[in-house]
Every structure is written in structure tokens, then in C-alpha cells.
Unconditional design. Sequence first.
Length: 461
Amino acid sequence: MHAHLALPEVRELIDNKDLATLSEILNEWLPADLASLLHGLRLDEQDLAFRVLTGRVRPQTFAYLDLDTQLRFLKTLPPEEASALLNEMADDDRTSLLSELPTASANQILAMLSPEQRTLARKLLDYAPDAIGRHMTPHFVAVKREWTVQRVLEFIRTHGIDSETLNVIYVVDENHKLIDDIRIREILLAPPQKTVSEIMNRQFVTLQDTDDKRTGVEVFKKYDRTALPVVNRDGILVGVVTIDDVMDIAEQAATQEIQKFGGLEALEEPYVTTPFWTMVKKRASWLVVLFFGELLTATAMGFFEKEIEKAVVLALFVPLIISSGGNSGSQAATLIVRALALGEIRLRDWWKVLGRELSSGFVLGVILGSIGFLRITLWSAFSTAYGEHWLLVAITVSSSLVGIVMWGTIAGSMLPFLLKKAGADPATSSAPFVATLVDVTGLVIYFSMAWLVLRGTLLQE
């Protein structure tokens, strides 16, 4: 059943105060669908609908809600219910909630937890914000190599209910060091009296609790896993990271990369919940930097003021020149930043990329230059807008486009490499930044080419 299709029926049950039927229906839904339903209700309707949720459905649904709705429920629910809700949440979901809150608010929530859960929450929060340890759960099934398959299955039945995933069973030694992982299908298909050591192959992949979370995304993608064990520097198994958490990390990383590439600081909160002045501040900082960069365009134009006075026709093509260079640079930067992010290319590949971009930039420049040359030629057949020296103007524009597009592709492709080499985020070489750089240098190329081609004619000494 889809929540958006049932919204009128749910509202009718709420209006009729038929909470028994409402509870019976809603507790059969998937938590993600329930969260979507709650977001579509009025606040008073949300309160009623949420309070009829029971068992594991309530904390699982709570984890899918946005931060503002979560905080509102924690304030409106009776203290004992709010405390139970927080204690029943999955550890990684609760850590995610606490990570988004100011210290004072996070401490208030920590105070509502049981001593055991509070200790666990603080342990996860002790990891750096970008560490994979922040996203792991300490609930998993670990067995010993000397156990039989039958004993493993009995252990899973007894202790597996709290595990985040049962897709993989972990094998540890007497010191709780990870020595292997076994897919559950291998356990299920093995004879009951066979020992764990007999089905081990010691081929397993781990993450370290201090690894950067983006490393986790790359490892999951490389090895095509749904869950990966997390160990500390001594090799002791401390937790498990599952694919749902990694997908959230990947989405957040991609969002920040896109925002940076668009020429603004990355937002820490969703667009609709980001405070107005925070939004202005994050957008203004880059806009001011880019504005000062574009001021150099006016400076470049002023430097060639005499040439423009002598050949006003040159000014007609300035927007064309600027946009072509900026567009080619933005294209190249987009391709290279994404390729670096996906690991398709590395720093050592800069020379190969430079060669490709030189070639492609030249071909693209010839294509645009030919179109520009054809445009001026055809226009001059029916108009005197470009004067008697229209052919030289056409040569100037077309040859400038070749040079500017080549320069744009080189600048756009090499800037991400330079930033990565300097330890900065390649996404910072945003499209607007590249465009601004190419705008200024493009004008220099254009007017320099005009001086070479048109001196003695339009540009007489």
C-alpha cells in the first residue's frame, strides 16, 4: 500500500477518532511509507498517527523523519515514551540524529538514554565526524571457528534479533579479532556437524573505524557488499556498516560536491530547513570572490580600449568569446571532477588527461570557429555590419575561438588536479570559478589575435 494513495482514508479515521482501526492499518506499513505519510499530515494529525504506532515500527519510522519532525516528537511525546523511542532506535540512526544537533541539544537527548545506551552513543560520537565509526552499529553476530554449523544456527536464533544484518556472520578468535566472514547462505547449506573452520576461506574485506566515510563508499562499490565489518587498529571487530548507511553517505557527498561545483559552500542542512541568513552567507562568499574575479574582465577590456575604439566591431563578439571559453572550461572541469571522485583517473594521469583535452579542445574550437566564420561570411553577403574588412574579422573571431576553447578545456581539466595535489577538494574548481578565469584570459587571447590579424587595416597605427 502506498501512503500517498491512502492519505484521505487516514485523515478520515483520524477525524472519526477511530484510533484502533488506524493503529491496525498503519502498523502493517513499511516505516519509509509511514514517514512519507506523516510528512503529508497536519501537525495534530501527525501526533495522533505517530502515537498509534507500536513495537519496532515506531523507532524505525522515526529514523526516516526529517530532523525538525524528530525534535518536535521528542518534545511533544511524554518523557517516558520519548526515552523509550530513543533507546529503541538503531545505533547508527541515533548517532546520525545526535550528530546534527548542537552540543546542548545532543546532551539533553543523551540524558534521556539508559546508561548502557548512553555509553554506546558517546562511544560512537567520539569518532571524528567523517570517520566510518560514526556510521557503524555494534550489533552483529560473531561466532568462533571451532563451533559447528548447528551451534551457529542456534546462536543466531538466540542472539540474532538485535543484529543489524544477518546476511554475513563474522568469525573471531579468542581475543575478538576478526579472522573471517561467512555469508549466511554458506551456513544454511552446510551440514549441521561441519565446523566453521571447515567452511572458512579467510578472504574478507574490512574497514577501519577511523577510515574516512568516503573510503567506505569506495570499498562497498569495489567489492559489491551489503555489509562490511569495522575493526580497530588492533584488528578487533567493533561494528558493522550496512549498505543503507553507505548510500546515505554517498548521497550526502554527491550533494556537497554538486553544491561546491555550483559556486557555493556546501549546506549542512536540507535546502528548505537552512536558515535564510545562513543560505545568504554561504552563497555570498563565493559570489563576492567570483565578482572580484569578473572585475578583471573590465580591467582587460580597459587595457584594449584603443583597439575597441578603432574597431568597434570587435566588441560585438565579446559575449560570444567569453561564453565559449567559459562553457568549454566548465565542461572539462565537470568531467574531470567526477572522474576523480569515481576513481576513474588519479593524479598521475594528469599528463594523459592534458593530451586528451588538448586534442578535444582543438577539435571543439575548430567546430565553433568554423560556425563563427560561416556566420560572419553569410551575414556579410547581405549586410555591411562588419565593414569592408569582414574577412579579417571572421579570421580573427574563428582563430580566437580555437585558442580560447583549447585554453578553456586545459584550464577546466587541470584545475581539479592542482587542487587535489594541494590537498583541497577538486569540486572547489567549480564551474563559475573556471568560467571567471577563462573569461579574463579569453579576452586577452581575443584582442591579442585581433592585433595580429587586423593591424595595418582596422587597427592602424
